[in-house]
Write a protein that binds this ligand. Structure first.
Ligand SMILES: C[S@@+](CC[C@H](N)C(=O)[O-])C[C@H]1O[C@@H](n2cnc3c(N)ncnc32)[C@H](O)[C@@H]1O
Length: 252
């Protein structure tokens, strides 16, 4: 990404490093998946399912109520046929992105959508500073080049714009990256925090956790997650995690 020059007020032009990737977070191994077929094949058929439970969705919709305003232009990255935006609010524009056109065509909140495999190409075909908010719901675990995607999100966000990344402990195990699969709730939060930190110019991220009471989900092992998935352990409600940061107003 080419940093833009800006004036520091003393007529001296300073190279801005905003939006630059400072360091890579993941190792080569951390980016690997069990299922190495192209993601577009995995999502070739529409999955008209809801990926998280009502309590998770209610937490997320409430967070959107707090962070998003009607005049916002919003990009919903890695979206599907459902929207978690509050029904009572009409936003200026909602653009959806995902891997399955049939799912996206059914999403009632989208004014426009496009299909793109972000593990093949991270470039978003929008001008700099196009959106007030970017959302990524229960999907960040599938990104193999998260540093480049977060840098692109920074580029398309307006100064002061917000990026809301939310997730739970559910996943398509074979399609999640190694670094996510083998981690705990705490570790996954730290991973997303680092994705934000590795791009110059995001504010310090805020972490929101809403965990089912009594459950030690933060340190749950990958094995117990698998046992829960196949029904050998009883499931409580889905833990809710969100990591939120803003594109800094000040050039860095
Ligand atoms: C678990 S679904 C979540 C969908 C939606 N955000 C929601 O809350 O229901 C994961 C989504 O990630 C998207 N996805 C997975 N791999 C992707 C990739 N390589 N490039 C772009 N999108 C991808 C798919 O379109 C899929 O809809």
């Amino acid at each position: 990404m080419i940093p833009k020059a800006y004036d520091n007020g003393d007529n001296n032009s300073i190279e801005s490093t905003a939006g630059k990737i400072k360091r890579m977070v993941l190792s080569k191994e951390g980016r690997t998946k069990f299922n190495i077929l192209p993601d577009s094949e995995f999502y070739a058929y529409p999955k008209f399912v809801t990926h998280v439970d009502d309590r998770f969705i209610s937490n997320l919709t409430n967070l959107y109520r707090k962070c998003l305003r009607p005049e916002f232009e919003i990009l919903d990255l890695m979206s599907s046929w459902v929207s978690h935006l509050p029904q009572e609010v009409k936003y200026k524009r909602v653009v959806g992105h995902g891997l399955n056109a049939q799912e996206l065509a059914k999403n009632p909140r989208l004014d426009y959508f496009f299909v793109k495999d972000l593990n093949k190409d991270q470039k978003l075909e929008f001008e700099n500073c196009s959106f007030d908010a970017v959302l990524c719901t229960v999907s960040v675990q599938y990104l193999q080049q998260p540093e480049k995607v977060f840098a692109e999100v920074f580029r398309v966000l307006k100064p002061g714009g917000v990026f809301i990344v939310s997730f739970s402990n559910r996943l398509f195990y074979e399609k999640a990256i190694n670094a996510w699969r083998d981690s705990t709730g705490y570790g996954r939060v730290q991973l997303v925090v680092q994705y934000f930190q590795c791009v110059e110019g995001f504010t310090q991220s805020e972490v929101i956790r809403r965990l089912p009471s009594g459950a030690d989900l933060e340190n749950k092992s990958p094995l117990s997650s698998i046992m829960q998935l196949i029904g050998l352990l009883s499931a409580s409600s889905d833990p809710f995690y969100a990591v939120v940061a803003y594109r800094n107003f000040k050039p860095v």
